[in-house]
Design a protein. Structure first.
Length: 278
């Protein structure tokens, strides 16, 4: 396009680059539609909302990706360049800029509010009634879990009582802590019953991550953070789900993981707790 208005010149390099972009678009659409590498199996109620927001963002960005890459491939293939050719140029176009700016702002605002609604449903909803309460302590490089005993209450804790064998620091003088049940690396919860996690850390920042349940919460030293969710799964296989640490927490970060089992009823959970007490 010598003067910016001509028909342009098709070049071999432009065609090859355009073909590469077409292949990129097709492959990207395949992975998006076929989903061979996707989220792990969904196993919680609120996880559906998380997946819906993710899908909405992916669709919007996917459409933008296809349009931009297709236009780039077309112009590269259609308008070759040589030393005496110049591209068309104009200083500004207020109408086009306004349409693009307003359209982008509306789309992003809608996506933000969708995400905020899900966030509020997770972090600002009323505490569920009659939840299974599990205390969680992260430390280099293990996840530790504590359940209330037969009395239904947890023993008092204090950091001065934390030892290599007691990550929770249970006060030995508190009788309520005598029947508490502690597990390292293995977590059990109940199907279709809300579970309330009380999360903290004994050393550095960890991140309590349950991929199948779309739940992730940092464990921060000096803080106890509560988060809850409701399991929704029929997979009652023992050690069926991973408990990961999603925060780089030291040299042993790679091995800081545990396993989560969703028990079908309280009898199965109580049987497991009884085995731990033996």
């Amino acid at each position: 396009m010598a003067d910016g208005t001509g028909p342009g010149r098709i070049t071999l390099s432009g065609i090859l680059f355009g073909v590469i972009l077409v292949i990129l678009i097709v492959v990207s659409l395949y992975f998006f539609i076929a989903q061979p590498f996707w989220f792990p199996h969904l196993a919680s109620v609120h996880g559906r909302q998380v997946d819906q927001v993710f899908m909405a963002v992916l669709i919007v960005t996917g459409i933008a990706f296809v349009i931009v890459q297709a236009m780039l491939g077309y112009f590269v293939a259609r308008y070759g360049a040589s030393n005496n050719e110049k591209a068309a140029y104009w200083h500004d176009n207020p109408k086009a800029e306004a349409i693009l700016l307003i359209g982008t702002a509306v789309i992003l605002t809608v996506l933000v509010f969708m995400g905020q609604r899900v966030w509020a449903n997770i972090y600002f909803a009323d505490r569920p009634a009659n939840p299974l309460i599990v205390e969680v302590v992260g430390q280099q490089f293990n996840w530790n879990f504590r359940y209330a005993g037969a009395d239904g209450g947890f023993g008092k804790t204090d950091p001065k009582f934390v030892t290599g064998t007691d990550a929770f620091g249970v006060d030995p003088a508190d009788p309520a802590g005598k029947d508490d049940v502690v597990s390292t690396g293995e977590l059990h919860i109940l199907a279709n019953r809300p579970v309330l996690f009380k999360i903290r850390s004994n050393d550095v920042i960890h991140s309590f991550f349950l991929p199948n349940f779309r739940l992730k919460q940092d464990a921060v030293p000096g803080m106890q953070i509560e988060i809850w969710m409701t399991p929704d799964t029929q997979d009652f296989t023992r050690n069926g789900f991973e408990v990961a640490c999603a925060e780089l927490c030291g040299l042993g970060h790679y091995r800081m993981k545990g396993f989560l089992t969703v028990d079908p009823n309280e009898d199965a959970l109580n049987k497991w707790l009884a085995e731990l007490k033996q």
